[in-house]
Design a protein around this ligand. Structure first.
Ligand SMILES: [Zn+2]
Length: 233
């Protein structure tokens, strides 16, 4: 293998590692935002469930109060009914008692419905509360992992860059510039084996001249199609 290709293969190895670590680093803000969004969603569900549960409790209390007021009225009307000596008034008061009793029945039905709803809303609230706690715990762990990844990757990238600075020393400036352009497009498959007459990167057939130049190893050869550097195996 050409000496320059051997040298560049090692550079490609470091560049690929740097690229992969950098891609992970670039993803971190997106990952962190997704984690935070999950917490926002869980908090919103919790707040909504709590509000619905509290609202229902207030409704139950209001119904209860309304009911008591009506029951008091029924007692007063019944007392008045038995005190009166006028038959029309007796009948009218009796009708009022029935009207109030109907209202009480209606309120009691409504209260029962609210009580049943209360059980459902409490279950939803408990689930939302548990989910929120779990999300908070998971978030803390995941954010910690992201922070650690950021630190670890940054250190490793710096180490690899230092290694690379040493590794490129023997490579000619013009060849390195060519390689850098290819790497920017092709990444880890910038320097590849020639398989028969097929480029190991884009898998297209290269021309006969390229095949012989690769095999002869007198000079650096590149794929006619994708510009990947080729070496013979
Ligand atoms: Zn190619």
């Amino acid at each position: 293998m050409l000496k320059s290709i051997t040298e560049l293969l090692v550079v490609q190895d470091r560049d690929s590692k740097i690229q992969a670590l950098q891609q992970e680093l670039d993803k971190i803000p997106r990952d962190a935002a997704a984690i935070k969004q999950r917490l926002v969603d869980a908090s919103e569900k919790f707040t909504k469930a709590k509000a619905e549960m509290q609202e229902n409790e207030v409704t139950i209390k209001t119904i209860d109060l309304d009911n008591r007021v009506r029951k008091d009225t029924i007692q007063k009307l019944t007392a008045q009914q038995f005190e009166t000596s006028k038959p029309e008034e007796y009948t009218a008061l009796g009708a009022e008692v029935i009207r109030y009793q109907d209202m009480v029945d209606e309120l009691e039905t409504k209260e029962l419905e609210c009580m049943e709803k209360s059980d459902r809303l409490k279950a939803v609230f408990t689930e939302a509360e548990t989910r929120l706690i779990q999300t908070k715990e998971a978030m803390a762990v995941e954010i910690k992992a992201l922070t650690e990844r950021k630190a670890t990757n940054s250190v490793r990238i710096e180490e690899l860059k230092t290694e690379r600075a040493e590794l490129i020393k023997p490579v000619s400036k013009s060849l390195l510039a060519m390689y850098d352009r290819v790497f920017a497009k092709k990444g880890a498959t910038s320097i590849v084996p020639l398989n028969g007459n097929q480029c190991g990167s884009c898998h297209m057939k290269v021309i006969a001249d390229t095949v012989s130049r690769t095999i002869n190893e007198k000079e650096v050869s590149q794929c006619d199609n994708c510009a990947a550097f080729l070496y013979s195996v």
